[in-house]
Design a protein around this ligand. Structure first.
Ligand code: B16
Ligand code: MG
Length: 216
C-alpha cells in the first residue's frame, strides 16, 4: 500500500471519551426509566447525538414517546452531562501510542486528519492539546450523514488532497469500520466489537499502533 494519510476517529481512539458518552446516556436513560447497557452503547459509537437517542428509544419500544422538541431538550441535557465530564480532560488523557503515531506520520511526510462526528471534537482536541498535531479536523456540523456512511472519511481525504485508497482509517466502532471500508480505505480496528465488517488490521489497544505495521 502507498499510504499517504492517516485518518483518526476521536472518541475511543485518541481519547477514551466513549466511557463519558456512556455515563451521560446512562444517567438520562435512568431518569427516563429506559433500559440502557454496554451492548446498546456499542451501537451508539460513531453515531450522531439524535440518532443515538433514537436507538435507545427503539430498543425500549418507545420511539413515539417524545415529540421532536422534547427529544431536542433531552439530548441537550445528555450533552450538558457529557460536557461536564470532558471539562476535566487534560493532555495526560491522550491514549497510549497516539502522540507517537502522529509524530511518526509527520516525520515521514504523511498527512493526518480527525474524522469525528462529535460536535464536541474541537473542545476535546484543545483540552488534550492535540489540535496542532493534525493537518485537518472535519467539522461535524457540516457532515450530513453519520457513520457508517463514508462521508466524513471522504471529506477528510479530499481536504488532505489524498486519494481514498492511499488513506488508512483508525476506528473503535463497527459503524466506523464500515464507513472506512465504504470509503475505499484501509481500516485499522482498535478493540472493535465486530458484528459485520472486519477491519483489515485488528489491534486490541492504541499502544499497539505502529506506523510500519499499519501502512505495510
Ligand atoms: P456529540 P466519534 C461520536 O464520536 C461518538 O462515538 C458517538 O458516541 C457520539 O454520539 C457522536 O460522536 C456525537 O457526539 O454528542 O459530542 O456531538 O467516535 O465519531 O469520534
Ligand atoms: Mg469512536
Amino acid at each position: 500500500m502507498n499510504a499517504k494519510a492517516l485518518i483518526f476517529d476521536l472518541d475511543g481512539v485518541i481519547v477514551d471519551t466513549a466511557k463519558y458518552h456512556f455515563l451521560a446516556w446512562k444517567s438520562l436513560a435512568d431518569e427516563l426509566g429506559l433500559f440502557f447497557d454496554e451492548n446498546v452503547n456499542e451501537r451508539l459509537k460513531g453515531v450522531s447525538r439524535m440518532r443515538s437517542f433514537e436507538i435507545i428509544l427503539e430498543v425500549n419500544d418507545a420511539s413515539e414517546r417524545f415529540g421532536e422538541e422534547e427529544k431536542q431538550r433531552l439530548i441537550a441535557r445528555k450533552n450538558d452531562l457529557y460536557v461536564e465530564y470532558i471539562s476535566r480532560l487534560t493532555p495526560s488523557d491522550v491514549l497510549d501510542g497516539i502522540r507517537e503515531l502522529t509524530d511518526a506520520a509527520r516525520e515521514r511526510g504523511l498527512k493526518t486528519a480527525v474524522a469525528s462526528v462529535s460536535k464536541n471534537a474541537p473542545a476535546v482536541l484543545s483540552a488534550l492539546k492535540m489540535r496542532e498535531k493534525f493537518d485537518y479536523v472535519a467539522d461535524a456540523a457540516k457532515v450530513s450523514r453519520s457513520k457508517p456512511d463514508p462521508e466524513i472519511f471522504l471529506v477528510c481525504a479530499e481536504a488532505l488532497g489524498v486519494e481514498p485508497q492511499c488513506c488508512v482509517g483508525i476506528e473503535d466502532s463497527q459503524a466506523g469500520i464500515e464507513a472506512i471500508k465504504a470509503a475505499g480505505m484501509r481500516a485499522v480496528g482498535i478493540n472493535v466489537a465486530v458484528t459485520s465488517v472486519e477491519p483489515d488490521i485488528v489491534l486490541s489497544s492504541t499502544a499497539e499502533l505502529d506506523l510500519d505495521k499499519i501502512t505495510a
